[in-house]
Design a protein around this ligand. Sequence first.
Ligand code: HEM
Length: 531
Amino acid sequence: DPPGFPPGPRRFPIIGSKAVINYEGMKEMQKVYGDVFRTRVGSCNSVYICKYRLIREAFNKVEFSDRPSWKFIDFFSDGKEAGVVFRNGPVWVKLRRFLLRHLRDLGMGKSRLDDAILQEAQELVMNFKNHVDRPTNFPISINTAILNVIWQMVASRRYDLNDKQTKEFSDMMVKYQDDLMFLALPEFFPWLNYLPACITKRLCRVEQLEASAKLGKAMMEEVIAKHRENFDPASPRDLLDEFLLEMKAVEDSSKDVGDTPFNEIDLVRTIFDLFTAGYDTTANMLRWVILYMAAYPRVQLKVQEELDEVVPRDTLPSHQYRHRLSYLEAMIHEVLRVSSIVTGGVPHVTAQDTHFAGYFLPKGTMISGYNLACHMNPESWEDPEVFQPERFLDEVGKFIAPKVDFLPFGVGKRSCLGEALARMELYIFSAAILQNFKFASVSLEQPVDLSPRPISNLMFPKDQLLLITLREDETLVTRLYLKSLHQEHLSHRCHHAPPAGKAIATTSRKSHRHHSRNSHRHHQQEQPTAQ
Ligand code: HEM
């Protein structure tokens, strides 16, 4: 390590050092080495920043805003640097600005895209009905709904839930992400390059990746070709049209426009980037929401009571209801916090030699803003391991947006481009399914498994069986049981709650709700019945 480099665990030749693989591992290293430390995988150093203030300070600086120039990342674009996620310099700046502007204009986080998401939510609810009353895995329709929202935004197109091509595409995206990790191996273990080519190829899953990339590219190219056929420069319909418009401007320009992202390769890769960045993340966040609701039935019930109070049962929860659904918003924030789905963020590298937090970081040092450390910081979050949506509510039950130690979408110049879209999707999809369904573990003997399935820097939930039931179909017995459970809970927390049995017989649904809505300030932690 160069002089002044952050400290870290002992390094060994070839393999590197102890790595951060989970929360406990991170905490242990933070305790020994401080908020900024180094690990080493093979021959690559990686610096972890584990304090919110420092992550924000670093990621707001240009010199911390580059991505690693990994050759394997450009596999999809035939080895050419392209797209937005792993792009650096002025071309990245141009492309990021273009995307942000048009995503905003297309209604990201506003009402226009709201309609597209509502349509998908309706389809999702219809599809979930096929999975009720028997143990089921997460319905695959979650993937299709999320894919369709991106397709609508990019190319005004949606696919049927049962469409064969969608299934192929969705499988390909998941497989591509998993396989890509293997292609990364020679980047960290350069000696692999000296093995016979056929062995390295097999080890790095090159053939599988080639097949996935071919399929992905063919689909993108088909969509682009169709768009070109009826492209009207006077009225761009979607992001793809806006991109074609920029490409035309570059072609028509008599001046030298310098390096530009507006060309065919960047177009295909940028669309692919939006899928890789926005599909698995959002789909798995929705799965986390479902799992946490199944594990914490009382939280689920409170979300549903609030929904019943604010949104008419026969109406889908469009964005106009959002500001009145404080508990739902708090629940989503709490799931974002505890799941910390993009745990280590997407890697950055230093663009030049730099000094930071008392250390020297040479150009090209890989930096990870470790958001899980912030999300579990006891200085900001009381009992951080406890799942408690109430922490995001003020004393009158109104949602309060967190100001520090909350960065599921990153922070600074490279922060998530699709944050507003992802938030809108999480809100509408969670509200729509919780309005209609109840989620539970299959049995008390088979509790919900909230331990993550870590894949590189991501924390995805594990596949598992769940029980989905229709809310309208709840038998009177279940309803009474749930009410008594709830009432019992209130009488534990809230001294003025009436005795459980009596409340069922005499309390009207409205006043019952009144108790539950006002009681969250008395609540401590809701114990999961299934955990
Ligand atoms: C719950 C869902 C999502 C989560 C948790 C999430 C999280 C993140 C995080 C942590 C980063 C890295 C920030 C950094 O490097 O400092 C990121 C980058 C990015 N995200 Fe998201 N994201 C989500 C959904 C989406 C969606 C729906 C889209 C768009 C369709 C999207 C597009 C992007 C892009 C393009 C980048 C790279 C930005 C750049 O390098 O300039 N994300 N996201």
